[in-house]
Design a protein around this ligand. Structure first.
Ligand code: GAL
Length: 393
């Protein structure tokens, strides 16, 4: 049976992760971890030889390790999951790590020391966690990878995320479905692709889902890529990755491409942006270069339905977004954590896709949704995710 593209991405990710495992170190940075958890959890670490029980009654400490406060979605994710777990009777330790894996590893160590039964981790660099997750396993602490798979270690018990490959497919398919509206007079279509942070395991899936659709069209000449930044295949995403998903990085990359390859009236027609923080930087570069919504503004994709980008969509500066209702992810993870702590069967719906280089991590995938001006009210307002005034409707 031919391996699906999605599975091929998993295999290459696994191989990469295995290599990284050999190289990864767990340098403990200075103690820059956030202060002790606000809820005053100070449970003593389990006595030597004791392991943290997971099985039996609910309650106890759950660690929540989020990557950064600087990207909007993680603030939503952390607050929502914390609230759900508290409602279920758990204590929580919610920490943010400034996009520094060493800092996050320190914070996880503190959670283990405080007697956490489970740690839920949205990692920064999922290949640099082997030692800290061995420490967790030795202490009997269970590990959930949240949204981003953690690679190169057997000590990841579950993974919950949105279907990352489908996120990219939705972006790529939207471009194919609407590209004719962005053709130049001579029939050409100038496409500029971007990819996310090279240390984020999700990026290969986002880019793979999109480029499996768009790459063959570039080869056929449907699209031209004036900057030349068109990876030869879906595995080439790192060459166009923007470190840390930084809006500023995307803005300067887009400015460089416009200044270097779009003289004498040539226009950018379509931009593949893998998420909203990059799309925001790209919007700023386009505005700075004199592009005007409703006139020559390119088709611009995104992901996460961040507030500023949804507002930009209303203003005609972003064409589509891939919405991942992070409330659903939080509810699913809270349910799975509770099942695990109580020793019940943990609900998963994918035990094939996510090979982390050591094992296939049992996962739960949630479907992402395309949002455009055609369904923005139904999807984002009627669901209560935003209000109409939030987004400028
Ligand atoms: C990814 C995440 C996306 C994207 C990015 C920046 O791992 O799945 O939602 O926004 O990180 O946070």
């Amino acid at each position: 049976m031919a391996l699906s593209r999605r599975n091929l991405i998993s295999i290459s990710a696994a191989a990469l992760a295995a290599g990284a495992l050999a190289a990864c170190s767990d340098e403990r940075g200075g103690d820059t971890a956030d202060p002790a958890p606000a809820d005053g959890t100070t449970g003593a670490a389990p006595a030597d030889g004791e392991t943290t029980p997971t099985g039996g009654e609910a309650g106890g400490l759950i660690g929540i390790a989020m990557p950064t406060k600087s990207l909007e979605r993680w603030n939503r994710d952390g607050a929502h999951l914390e609230g759900l777990l508290k409602e279920m009777g758990y204590e929580t330790s919610l920490q943010y790590a400034d996009n520094k894996q060493d800092q996050q590893n320190n914070q996880i160590q503190n959670m283990i020391n405080d007697g956490a039964k489970v740690v839920v981790i949205a990692s920064i660099d999922g290949t640099a966690m082997g030692p800290i997750l061995q420490t967790a396993a030795d202490a009997g602490v269970k590990v959930f990878a949240y949204d981003r798979l953690i690679n190169g270690t057997e000590n990841v018990d579950y993974y919950a995320t949105f279907d990352n490959y489908k996120v990219g497919q939705l972006q790529g398919q939207y471009i194919l479905d609407h590209m004719d509206d962005y053709k130049n007079d001579d029939g050409s279509i100038n496409l500029e692709p971007f990819a996310g942070s090279p240390d984020d395991n999700n990026v290969r899936y986002f880019f793979g889902g999109a480029w499996d659709l768009l790459g063959p069209e570039v080869e056929k000449g449907t699209f031209t890529v004036p900057s030349g930044k068109a990876p030869a295949d879906s595995d080439g995403w790192a060459s166009i990755g923007i470190q840390g998903w930084a809006s500023s990085g995307a803005q300067s990359e887009m400015e460089n491409r416009i200044n270097s390859f779009y003289g004498d009236g040539k226009k950018v027609n379509i931009v593949l942006s893998p998420n909203d923080s990059l799309a925001l930087g790209i919007q700023q570069a386009l505005e700075g270069a004199g592009y005007t919504p409703g006139e020559d503004w390119p088709l611009l994709t995104g992901q996460d339905a961040d507030l500023a980008n949804v507002q930009a969509m209303v203003q005609g500066k972003q064409t589509m977004d891939v919405w991942k209702d992070t409330r659903m992810l939080g509810e699913q993870v809270a349910k799975m954590v509770d099942q695990l702590v109580k020793g019940e069967e943990v609900e998963t719906n994918d035990t094939e896709t996510y090979d982390n280089g050591v094992k296939v991590v049992p996962s739960f995938l949630i479907d992402p949704v395309v949002v455009t001006m055609d369904n923005i009210e139904e999807q984002l307002v009627e669901s209560g995710f935003y209000t109409a005034e939030d987004i400028g409707l």
